[in-house]
Structure formats: C-alpha cells, structure tokens
Design a protein around this ligand. Structure first.
Ligand SMILES: Nc1ncnc2c1ncn2[C@@H]1O[C@H](COP(=O)(O)OP(=O)(O)OP(=O)(O)O)[C@@H](O)[C@H]1O
Ligand SMILES: [Mg+2]
Length: 614
C-alpha cells in the first residue's frame, strides 16, 4: 500500500492566522514578528540621517556668521575645513539613509514572502466548499496585489510616517534653538494640514476599496476568459467577451480615475497652503534680520530647516491615504486567511489501520448547500474486493456520492462505515491515501509524463513501476511513441494530450498509488471502445484485490460489476447484477441497454455499408 503522509507540511511555516487581529495595526505589528529589531534599526538610521542633515544646515549657519561675514587671512583654510566637514557629514548621512532604506526593504520583502508562502499553503488546505464559491481570479488577486499593498505599507508608508515624525522633531528642535517665536510661527498651518489629511483618509479609503474590488472583477474576467478560451472560440463569442471585459475594465477605469482625482486635488490645495506658510515665515525672518534680532546665518539656517518640516508634512496626507489602502488590503487578506483548514487529521491513528474495504451506506443523504439535497436515502453494501458500478443520467449525483468517500465533503445524513467504523472517524489524510480516484476531468501538471504519473506517491519510483502502471492504463504505447517517451513535457511547454490520453495518464497515476479502494469516475469516457476493453482487461486483474467503483455511461463498461446501482435525481432507483437488471423489462437499465445496443447495430450497419468493419 502507498506510504502514508502523516505530517502537515507546514510545521515550520510562520502561522499568519495566529497574528490576525481586529485592530489592523495590531495585526500588522504581529506580522512583523522576528523582524522588529531590524525595522527599529531602519527607523533609527533614519533618525541619524535626519540629525546629520540638520547638523549640516547649522554648520552653514556657523560658516556664514563666523567666517563669511568676517573674512580674515585664514578664510580659505577655514572655508575648506567647513566644506570638508560638510561633505563628510553628508557622506555619513548618505550611508545611514541607504541603511534605512535597505533594512526597510528587507523587512517588507520578508513579510511579503512569509505572507505569500502562508497564503499558498493556506489556500490548498481550505475545504472544497470554499473553492466552489470563491473565484480563482479573485484569490490570485489577493495573493498578488493585496500582499503587495502590505509590502508597501512596511517599505514606504510606515517608515515614511516615521521619517516625517523624525524630521519634524529634529528640525522643530533646531528651529526652537534658532528662534522660538519664529519656530512657532512656522508651524501654524500644520494642524490644518493634519485635519485635511484626515478628511482625505476617510474619503479616499472608500474610493480605493471600490477600485480594488473592481480590480478583482477584472482579474477574474481575464482568468475565466483564458480558462474558457476554447469555448469562447468554439462559439465565436469573442465580441461578446470583449464587450463584457471592456465594460468591467471601463468601470475600473472610472473608479481609478475618481480615486486618482481625489489624490490630485490634494496636492495643489496643500501647495497653496504651504506656499503661504513659507512666505509668512520668510517674511518674518527677513524682518527680524533687518531688525537685528537674528543673524544672517540664522536666516540662512532657518530657510534650510523650515523646508524640511513643511514639505514632509504635506506627504503625511498621501501616506495616511496609502495606509488606508493597506488597511483595506489587510481586511481582504484577513477574509481569506480566517476560514479554517480542512482537518486532515495528520498524525492521528486510523480506527482500523488496514481496512479491508468493506463499505456500508445506511440512508445517506447529502447537500452542498443547506436546503438543497442532492443525495437522498442512499443505502447499499460492498464487500472487500467487489466492484460496484454507478450508472445514471448526468446530474444524478454519482460524482457527489463518490466525493463522500474521500471526505471531500461530509455527508449530512445517515451513516457510511468502512470496515464497520464510521467514515468520519478516519482522518482525511488516511482516506485520501487509501482511496484512489481518477477524476472525471483529470488535471495534469505542466511537467513530464513521468512526473505526472509519479505524483501521488511519496517515494522514489523506478522506471519499471511507472511503465507497469502505464501499461495497465493502456498508456504505455502512446507514451513510448513520443520521441522523448516518459520525459515528454505535458501542457503549455510540451505536447498537448488528447482527452483520452490525459485520462489514461491520470489512470496510471492512480494505479501507481496502488490504493485499497479505487474510484473511476467516468475514467474511460474519452477512450474508444477497443482501448477501453484493453484497459478493462488489465484492470480486471488489479481490481480483484480491491474494492472498486466504476462510474460510466456505457452499459458495456459496467455489466461485469458485482453490483450495479442505477441512480436518478440523487436516489438509487434500481440495483442488482446485469442479469437481474436486464430482467426488469421496464427499468431504466434495460431501456438504456436496448437504446445503446440499437445505436451500435445501426453504426455497424452503416460502417459495413461504406466498407469498414469493426
Ligand atoms: N460543488 C457543488 N456545489 C453545489 N452543487 C453541486 C456541486 N457539484 C455538483 N452539484 C450538484 O449536485 C448534483 C449532482 O451532481 P454530480 O456531479 O454528482 O452528478 P453526476 O451524476 O456526477 O453527473 P455527471 O454524469 O454529469 O458527471 C447536480 O445537481 C449538481 O448541480
Ligand atoms: Mg460526475
């Protein structure tokens, strides 16, 4: 039997879910775990850089007041010394600036890395019911742009706000040192700018949320269009799709423009305010120079310093707005992170460690959505090694019934037992290893055929094993006919397999896993009758040792089963062996048989008419 995975793969991944908090800032702070010292060091470096810059301005003040206005014979030497000191200060400032940016970038990239890693793993652990409802495009958008918004929060916004704060404190202190009343006069406008920022914080946040939601709609439309490209082409619906996309994209454009316009209004508005403030400060300072209250050097220093208070504060508005965007993204990510994982039961023992495969369904019912049952009162029994066939019109619930066995979904009524124990007592991971399913629409990864076949086992597999599985699935011959054989790449970068070839590779993949219980959901629907009987022969040997379920539409594929269940609208309407069911003259089974047989005779007649015999 296949070796069993008993461990969650994620033991060493940072648990983002544990950091979630209703207070978004608290949540973001927790997300920084492990990187806080580095982030602090980025902020401190920023402070050092700010100090050095303001120090430079004060040095110029010294130069003007003590050297420039009273030049003597040592002027050149003194000027050179000041110049050198100034350059040295700026070089060190440059270094700290770099260090601050570099550390902030490292922290923000690390947070994004950890978030994305977690999200990837998280999404693959969510139950089927979640994925049924959540469009893939939407999830992709959250894993990409919303994570990026969080990255920017740490890389630019938080540190940017820190920078404004530090610049303000350092330069305001310098101003107070230069001239206290002048300092107070120079910050009059700041409270007004703060209030304005806050106003924008509210308005723009709402606009951004709308924009971001529409952005998700656009991603989803692109994703769906690409997945369904064949249908679009086959129905020549390009124009319709184009219009649909353009409609959504235009809506995004309108929301984006609205959002950007709100941004754009802010700048000229604050430009005027800040211009007035600067003019007032410069005027007052010049008058003070004329009056002899301050020196020329102080004036020069004032002009240099005041700009470093006023200009950054203007950015506070922008940053606060961007923080609000990051908060929206945080909420959107929290929404994805909050749902619980499907409980795989890693490490838990199974109630029966080596089940024989005796299954009993007792009045089982199931609904995907409350109030809309798709299976009603299903009861039957299967002995180990028996083959059960499910036959029924499309939508009658065959796939749904099988999905209960692997616990992709849990049944809502009745009871299923495996070797006498309720199925719900078995850990999901155990059942997934025990049961092999060939899905109705198999999916192959864009890697080699060999890797695709070996996908389900947790160990090294030899070429012989791979080939044996492929032979049993009647896939060996066509694989061997490719120039690169088992190393042929599947999908976008390699060959495109036909529906029947894909089914056979998928079948080989499941057979290699050597499951105790085998489910073939329409697994041979795309292969011709001859190949199907080849597969059937090979499978007959394999299936005798395991309990198997075969879903098919052709009577030929099900007639050898030990038990045939005919389903209709979520119920079993007929049951028995082929002979028993054939005897029920008015049953669906007999009618289907007659119809399929007449189609076949018809076909044979026509083929012999054109000179081809089957
Ligand atoms: N994930 C789902 N969420 C909600 N309803 C679903 C889901 N999957 C299937 N259904 C519904 O359950 C019913 C049974 O579907 P199911 O896929 O089991 O049919 P089936 O017998 O396998 O059909 P087919 O022969 O076409 O494969 C259908 O009415 C279908 O609409
Ligand atoms: Mg189905």
């Amino acid at each position: 039997m296949a070796q069993i995975a008993t461990k969650a793969t994620t033991a060493d991944t940072f648990n983002v879910k544990a950091t979630l908090a209703h207070n978004r800032l608290l949540g973001l702070w927790r997300l920084l775990k492990g990187y806080r010292p580095m982030y602090l060091s980025a902020t401190l470096s920023l402070g050092v850089a700010a100090l050095l810059m303001t120090g430079g301005v004060l040095l110029i003040r010294y130069f003007v007041d003590n050297i420039l206005v009273r030049p003597d014979e040592s002027f050149m030497t003194a000027a050179l010394a000041v110049a050198l000191l100034y350059v040295a200060m700026q070089a060190v400032r440059g270094f700290f600036s770099f260090r601050s940016n570099e550390r902030a970038a490292r922290v923000s990239e690390s947070v994004a890395l950890r978030l994305k890693d977690y999200l990837f793993d998280h999404l693959q652990h969510l139950p089927f019911a979640y994925h049924d409802k959540m469009p893939t495009g939407e999830l992709i958008q959250r894993v990409t742009s919303d994570v990026d918004a969080i990255r920017l929060f740490f890389a630019e916004q938080l540190i940017g706000i820190g920078r404004i704060f530090v610049l303000f404190v350092v330069n305001f202190a310098a101003l107070l040192f230069l001239h206290a009343p002048l300092a107070l006069l120079s910050v009059l406008v700041i409270p007004i700018v703060m209030v304005l920022s806050l106003f924008f914080f509210r308005r723009v946040s709402a606009a951004y949320e709308d924009f971001q939601e529409q952005d998700a709609v656009v991603s989803r439309t692109v994703q769906e269009n690409l997945s369904g490209v064949r249908v679009v082409k086959a129905f020549a619906r390009q124009d319709f799709e184009k219009q649909r996309f353009e409609g959504e994209n235009h809506k995004k454009f309108r929301l984006g423009t609205r959002f950007m316009t709100m941004h754009a209004i802010y700048w000229p508005f604050t430009d005027v305010l800040m211009g007035l403030q600067t003019a007032l400060g410069y005027l007052a300072a010049s008058l003070m120079v004329l009056d002899g209250q301050i020196t020329l050097g102080t004036y020069v220093a004032y002009v240099g310093v005041v700009w470093w208070i006023i200009d950054p504060v203007r950015n506070l508005g922008r940053l606060i707005v961007q923080v609000s965007e990051a908060m929206v993204s945080y909420d959107r990510l929290s929404e994805v992170i909050r749902p619980d994982w499907e409980d795989m039961g890693y490490g838990l023992p199974a109630p029966v460690s080596q089940p024989q495969g005796r299954l009993k369904f007792e009045g089982v019912s199931f609904e995907y959505e409350p109030g809309k049952p798709v299976l009603h009162d299903i009861s039957f029994e299967v002995e180990p090694g028996q083959a059960v066939a499910l036959l029924g019109s499309t939508g009658s619930g065959k796939t749904s019934l099988m999905a209960l066995l692997t616990r992709f979904y849990d049944y809502t009524g009745g009871r299923i037992t495996l070797d006498g124990v309720d199925l719900k007592a078995y850990p999901r991971v155990f059942l997934r290893n025990l049961i092999g399913v060939v899905e109705q629409e198999p999916f192959l990864f864009s890697t080699t055929i060999r890797n695709n076949i070996a996908y389900g086992v947790y160990r090294e597999v030899s070429q012989e094993e791979i080939e044996a599985a492929a032979r049993a699935a009647a896939a060996h011959d066509f694989i061997a006919s490719f120039p690169e054989g088992y190393n042929t790449l599947v999908g976008e970068r390699g060959v495109t397999l036909s529906g029947g070839q894909k089914q056979r590779v998928a079948l080989a993949r499941t057979l290699l896993k050597n499951p105790r219980i085998l489910i073939l959901d329409d697994a041979t629907s795309s292969v011709d009758t001859q190949t199907e009987s080849q597969i059937r022969e090979a499978l007959d040997g394999l299936m005798s040792q395991r309990t198997s379920f075969v879903i098919a539409h052709r009577i030929q594929s099900v007639m050898n089963a030990d038990l045939i269940l005919v389903m209709d609208k979520g119920r079993i309407v007929q049951r028995g062996t082929h002979e028993q069911l054939m005897a029920e003259r008015d049953g669906i089974y007999r009618k289907t048989y007659d119809m399929q047989a007449s189609i076949e005779t018809e076909l044979e007649r026509e083929l012999s008419y054109v000179g081809l015999a089957v």
